[in-house]
Design a protein around this ligand. Structure first.
Ligand code: NAD
Length: 379
């Protein structure tokens, strides 16, 4: 693992030193335990930038992953998040068959009040200083417009607007990948990918959740939705004939499929015993609170389609931009998630392991085949 301490220009310092608190105390042990190759801290006093880029693996190629702009309560929380998210990108990119490694970045601050062109450009220079080892894109708290600003300082940015030759908003592609994966789940469980008459409960009808709900509605699925933002629920009810459900009831609905499309850790030792669905297929990252939850779900006879496999449509779409974006090619590749999910479910059944384990194994095999690496602290 490399931690960089350098001065790239007069405005931007890359440093391992936190000003205070315990951030630096656990950096080496955390990054080494989780297998990261680089953890870089970028600060810029003039703009107020405080950012961390974590590169988990470049075994398959440059590390691609978005930049999350979030008002973390502590620097430790920001570090923990970026280490966890970047490791997840290694698995996601490998399982999706991309020639890309895993990385992620966080900017500490409130995007609504602290995001300025000055700060984003300083961040762009931070990304640029890595000369392509890390390629960024949008994530929670950053937008296509932000990528355009960052792109004025570095070419190592994807997720640009369509009018700028980019792949645009990744959410429709993520929703399409999710839908394709659900078809594989249906085939595995019920012998047909036809979804007519099936019921799906969606937690969070935001950018991904709504596009996904539209695809399901067109496929003849009965929808149940919840969201903390009432206008999104009202829209799904009015336009897609969805049934609105209280937030605390959605997880326990007797439905074919539960789709967490809002936040992580929704599948845990408290919620899993209460679930009444046959399968879980959702876009939210890190749905399992801990690895053990994959087994808890299997013990309950619930099929869990691994989040990092089924939500890879967005990154597949973004990655296409690196070759000169072509929508038809990207869409075709996103749809291959149906086959990928099918393969993982078949392997899991054959080998008597959870689909989550089968997906991790598949990603690891690919990394090993390409790089010769035998182990990666990915689990
Ligand atoms: P979003 O912010 O547009 O949508 C999330 C929705 O969830 C919002 O409408 C929000 O109001 C709602 N929500 C938040 N907390 C909730 C709660 N406790 N109960 C019910 N609803 C709640 O985000 P998005 O881009 O649609 O992403 C959704 C999830 O999918 C996130 O976990 C994201 O990390 C993941 N994801 C997104 C993409 C993508 O392409 N956007 C790709 C991969 C993974």
């Amino acid at each position: 693992m490399a931690l960089v301490e350098s001065q790239t220009d007069t405005n931007l310092r890359l440093t391992t030193q936190a000003t205070e608190g315990s951030l630096t105390m656990g950096v080496f042990s955390s990054a080494e335990r989780m297998g990261h190759t680089h953890v870089l801290f970028g600060t810029d006093d003039a703009s107020g930038l405080r950012a961390i880029i974590a590169i988990h693996s470049t075994a398959l190629g440059p590390a691609l992953g978005g930049t999350r702009f979030h008002p973390y309560e502590t620097e430790d929380a920001a570090l923990t998040d970026v280490l966890r998210l970047s490791r997840g990108m290694t698995l996601k990119n490998a399982a999706a068959g991309l020639d890309l490694g895993g990385g992620k970045a966080v900017i500490i601050g409130d995007p609504r009040t602290e995001k300025t062109e000055h700060l984003l450009r300083a961040y762009g220079r931070f990304v640029d200083s890595l000369s392509g080892l890390y390629i960024t894109a949008e994530d929670i708290g950053t937008t296509i417009d932000d990528m355009a600003v960052i792109g004025r300082e570095t070419r190592w940015v994807a997720g640009q607007a369509h009018w700028d030759g980019g792949s645009g908003d990744p959410s429709p592609a993520t929703a399409l990948g999710l839908f394709s994966s659900l078809q594989a789940v249906a085939e595995h469980l019920w012998g047909s990918s036809d979804l007519v008459g099936r019921s799906v409960a969606i937690q969070g009808v935001g950018k991904v959740g709504y596009h996904y709900a539209e695809l399901l509605h067109r496929a003849g699925v009965k929808l149940y939705v919840t969201d903390v933002w009432q206008p999104s629920v009202d829209r799904a009810v009015a336009e897609l004939h969805a049934t609105a459900v209280a937030a605390d009831e959605l997880l326990t609905l007797d439905v074919d499929v539960l789709s967490p499309c809002a936040m992580g850790a929704v599948l845990n030792e408290d919620t899993i015993p209460l679930l009444r669905c046959a399968a879980v297929v959702g876009s939210a990252n890190n749905q399992l609170a801990e690895e053990k939850d994959a087994e808890r779900l299997a013990d309950r006879g619930i099929l869990y389609a691994p989040d990092f496999v089924v939500n890879a449509g967005g990154v597949i779409n973004v990655a296409d931009e690196l070759r000169g974006y072509r929508n038809e090619r990207a869409v075709a590749r996103v749809k291959t998630l149906q086959m990928r999910t099918k393969e993982i479910l078949a392997r899991a059944a054959e080998q008597g392991v959870t689909p989550h384990q089968a997906a991790v194994d598949l990603a690891m095999e690919r990394i090993q085949a390409v790089s010769g690496l035998r182990t990666l602290a990915c689990r």
